[in-house]
Write a protein that binds this ligand. Structure first.
Ligand SMILES: [Zn+2]
Length: 114
């Protein structure tokens, strides 16, 4: 495990940052493929990973959540990938949306209960 930015760069380089675009509605969902699970990321301030959860929780306990932006290496990876054109855009039909969300939630559930 390296420095957070270094790790974010490695994720971006693997093209693990994905932007799922559903047409014709143009709904967009970002995910980042981690070592074990895929995380639902809503840049710039939300990620479904445990790291994000614990960091946010720690800030809430300290009463600093308004002043500090919580981040994790998935959110940083989105930033890096966007900045360097390494986002993997995947196009879907709106008909595939329900199935996609179901699969994604299932993945997140496995991630948080492991
Ligand atoms: Zn994360």
């Amino acid at each position: 495990m390296g420095e957070p930015m270094e790790r974010a760069e490695r994720i971006a380089c693997k093209r693990a940052v994905k932007l799922h675009i559903f047409m014709p509605s143009n709904r967009k969902i970002w995910t980042v493929v981690g070592s074990k699970y895929e995380y639902w990321v809503h840049p710039p301030h939300f990620c479904t990973c445990k790291d994000y959860y614990f960091r946010t929780r720690a800030l809430m306990i300290e009463g600093k959540e308004e002043k500090e932006k919580v981040s994790c290496y998935h959110l940083k990876a989105v930033e890096v990938a966007e900045g360097s054109g390494m986002v993997d855009e995947v196009h879907f039909d709106d008909d595939e949306y329900d199935g996609f969300i179901r699969a994604l939630i299932d993945m997140i559930y496995r991630g948080v209960t492991s």
